[in-house]
Write a protein that binds this ligand. Structure first.
Ligand SMILES: CC(C)(COP(=O)(O)OP(=O)(O)OC[C@H]1O[C@@H](n2cnc3c(N)ncnc32)[C@H](O)[C@@H]1OP(=O)(O)O)[C@@H](O)C(=O)NCCC(=O)NCCS
Length: 269
């Protein structure tokens, strides 16, 4: 179910809008599959809309982890780091479907869920709606590196500028989530140079990391929804993403997406 080319580390992405899983079904699967901690979290939302988002996302996580690892949905043990990053606990004898390594990362926003899975290294994902209603995007720009703020300001206000902001934001979140740091990483301590349309031309990592270790992919899985993926990869690896759309009932035919290499940027430019 994962895509690989040559010596590439397999990478799978699942994009699932909430409306792909009927509310009654999401509730029923959650009752069967989620652990006590997840059920408690689901019960704490004030709004039904947020509870639904949580249930679809976490039912999807357990379904995909089961497809990938062979561990039944209700038996997967998911633990969190001190910064909140979830990990799958691997059985001592390895994963039932083979292999010992599996990393995953989840993002859910505005009725959309994105889950990335790799069998080697680390992955981080982020999905955001371009139309963020009252939340807007202006507030996040101050967190960017100076050269990124400059690039954003070069676009005319409105949709063009919002797209630039959201492209940078999703990439930064994806990288930070791959590293397990979440918002604990200062967003001006690393920066991206982006192609006009889509794609990362160059990357300057924080002082404690190397640009060569990372690959980035930008996606627009449905119009008005932007997503980014940060992947750790060896210098000699040529990963390919398999992008699945919809709830992961079975192994659907994915769309393959190439994972280009970004040039490293000098520490100061
Ligand atoms: C991770 C974080 C950036 C989420 O950003 P967001 O855009 O609001 O939300 P997303 O939907 O993209 O991602 C949320 C998911 O990321 C995952 N996640 C949570 N913390 C994470 C981390 N540190 N690294 C990677 N992934 C993380 C979870 O699966 C979470 O969903 P869940 O809680 O329903 O399981 C933000 O919540 C965060 O920074 N959390 C950590 C806070 C922190 O650093 N605390 C320090 C304690 S010392």
């Amino acid at each position: 179910m994962t895509a690989a080319v040559g010596n590439a580390a397999p990478v799978t992405l699942w994009f699932c809008p909430n409306d792909q899983l009927a509310p009654g079904l999401a509730n029923a699967l959650a009752a069967q599959w989620l652990d006590e901690q997840e059920k408690e979290s689901a019960g704490q939302f004030l709004f039904e809309r947020d509870r639904r988002q949580y249930l679809v996302a976490h039912v999807m996580v357990r379904r995909v982890l089961s497809l990938e690892s062979g561990i039944p949905e209700s038996e997967a043990v998911i633990w969190r780091s001190s910064r909140g990053r979830p990990f799958l606990q691997k059985p001592a004898g390895g994963l039932p479907r083979g292999g010992r390594e599996l990393d995953f990362n989840l993002s859910h926003a505005g009725g959309h869920n994105l889950l990335g899975v790799v069998r080697r290294h680390r992955i981080g994902v982020d999905v955001e709606r371009l139309d963020r209603g009252k939340q807007g995007l202006a507030g996040v720009v101050h967190a960017f590196a100076p050269e990124e703020r400059q690039w954003v300001a070069q676009a005319p206000p409105g949709r063009d500028r919002d797209v630039r902001v959201l492209r940078l934001w999703t990439l930064k979140e994806a990288y930070s989530k791959a590293r397990g740091l979440g918002l604990g990483l200062s967003f001006d301590s690393f920066s991206f140079q982006l192609d006009e349309d889509r794609g990362v031309r160059a990357f300057r990592p924080p002082d404690d990391d190397l640009a060569q270790r990372w690959r980035f992919v930008e996606l627009e899985p449905v119009p008005g929804v932007l997503a980014a993926v940060a992947l750790m990869a060896g210098e000699d690896e040529t990963p390919v993403l398999a992008l699945h759309h919809g709830f992961p009932w079975s192994r659907s035919s994915p769309r393959t997406v190439p994972v280009p290499r970004a040039a490293p940027l000098p520490r100061a430019f």
